[in-house]
Design a binder for this molecule. Structure first.
Ligand code: ZN
Length: 364
């Protein structure tokens, strides 16, 4: 999709990673009997995953394949849920889960920064689409919390200190293993709670777009995937929406918490703030596809240049690391596993107690 200069399509969510999935096979009016699953939608393979098949589903006409490959990828995910083959079902869940996080994390994050297009009008459209329709959150609060506070005051106590991710009432195992499952349920509830503080016009728009996104997902599961009951469709929604919730929560705490924190009246210069208070993880293919380089392996670069596109963050990475090393500034890097072990062993210190303030003598 769209990152090619001069194409005129105002969106860049491309990722130079794995090859795109094979295209959906064109449906045949009279499918030949034979072993093995097919990803083509046809009455012959229509089944359910979690519930009874809807009555009359086998009489529906074949749906035409979509021409755009990213949409075909999504379409393949919905169609796979019609299969009786467990492997095809699992593939469908994985495809839909990865697509969901690509739209909600990578898409919303870049759209919130205005990094998808230079057009202000399209920036606003993508922001509303990715944050409100896809992610069930308020675009205004997303921008305020992430761009203004988190980026403007990275690791400054009481402002951009990632404290929204702290839940001191939970123990380390509940937080690291169970709490992520609440993210898909809590996100729209938090958004609705915050609507009380915005003007009526924005609140009605946000509520309408969140409802549209949730209903569209539900409708696709009933009408394309062939789910026969609301309960089974809702269970599938929850499963795909929580597929990558664990790495999403973990990465959000790994990259700032446990690093130096600053006081608001003695915060260091921006270069020191980002160099000391941000950490990169290594390249992790599936997570980079779903969350973006700017959240996984290029978080330092993203904090230094928040309006750069995801691919540009990757390109400037060697220059940034060389520059920081030449200036004898930290360039924090650690593996997912090492960070996970560190947080489990020092959970109280990082996630429950108030972090100590780091004073940089001669640098403030
Ligand atoms: Zn950001």
């Amino acid at each position: 999709m769209g990152g090619t200069p001069g194409m005129g399509f105002p969106l860049d969510l491309s990722w130079p990673g794995p090859a795109p999935p094979p295209p959906v096979a064109a449906p045949h009016p009279h499918p030949a009997p034979g072993p093995g699953p097919t990803l083509a939608w046809s009455p012959a393979v229509g089944t359910r995953v979690f519930g009874p098949r809807s009555p009359g589903a086998g009489e529906r006409p074949c749906l035409p394949p979509l021409p755009l490959s990213p949409l075909s990828f999504l379409y393949t995910g919905f169609l796979s849920l019609r299969s009786e083959n467990v492997l095809v079902l699992a593939l469908g869940i994985i495809i839909l889960g990865v697509c969901h996080y690509t739209l909600t994390v990578k898409g919303s994050h870049l759209a919130t920064h205005g990094a998808l297009t230079e057009s202000k009008r399209w920036s606003r459209i993508w922001e509303l689409f990715f944050v409100e329709v896809c992610s069930s959150f308020s675009a205004e609060y997303g921008k305020y919390g992430h761009v203004k506070m988190h980026h403007g005051y990275t690791n400054v106590l009481g402002l951009g200190d990632s404290s929204t991710w702290r839940l001191p009432c939970l123990n380390r195992y509940v937080y690291m293993f169970l709490a992520p499952l609440l993210i898909p349920v809590l996100t729209p509830l938090v958004a609705v709670e915050r609507l009380r503080k915005v003007e009526l016009r924005s609140a009605v728009r946000t509520l309408g777009l969140i409802s549209l996104g949730l209903y569209a997902h539900y409708w696709l599961l009933l009408n394309v995937s062939g789910f026969g009951s609301p309960g089974s469709a809702l269970l599938c929604m929850f499963t795909t929406r929580s597929l990558l919730a664990h790495p999403y929560l973990h990465i959000n705490i790994f990259q700032h918490i446990g690093l130096p924190m600053f006081s608001r009246d003695k915060k260091p210069q921006r270069i020191h703030m980002m160099s000391l208070g941000v950490l990169n993880l290594p390249r992790l293919p599936v997570l980079e596809w779903a969350f973006g380089h700017s959240i996984v392996s290029c978080h330092v670069e993203h904090h230094l240049f928040p309006r750069l596109s995801d691919n540009m963050c990757l390109k400037v990475k060697p220059v940034v690391s060389r520059f920081l090393q030449e200036k004898r500034l930290p360039y924090n890097e650690d593996s997912y596993l090492a960070r996970f072990r560190l947080f489990l062993s020092r959970y109280e210190e990082f996630m429950v107690q108030t972090p100590p303030i780091t004073e940089l003598v001669g640098l403030q």
